[in-house]
Design a protein. Structure first.
Length: 103
């Protein structure tokens, strides 16, 4: 089975260098809109740090691929990516998350 949304990078629990962090993955909704959110984690407190939308590729061979780059300073973060429901953009579907650290 294929997950409807799958964050490939960064992988869970990895450390990446500060600066430009590349986030990539796949969605089963080729050409569909995805919502992303980066949470900064300080102990048990999660705070929205950045968010936005990205469109998954509809190109043959790249169908459903998505990527974005963000600038992050040192700290602990979680990325959440979800498909947007047609007709109800406030509804997140098929959420995938990854926790990672920026050094």
């Amino acid at each position: 089975m294929v997950a409807p949304v799958w964050i490939i990078d960064p992988q869970e629990g990895t450390s990446v260098d500060d600066g430009a962090v590349k986030i990539s993955g796949r969605s089963t909704a080729a050409g569909g809109k995805l919502r992303w959110e980066i949470l900064r984690i300080d102990g048990s407190v999660e705070t929205t740090y950045l968010n936005g939308t990205v469109t998954a590729s509809a190109e043959a061979g790249q169908s459903g691929a998505f990527s974005l780059s963000v600038n992050l300073g040192p700290g602990s973060y979680e990325i959440r990516v979800s498909q947007l429901q047609d007709g109800n953009p406030a509804q997140d579907l098929n959420v995938d998350t990854r926790g990672f650290t920026v050094k």
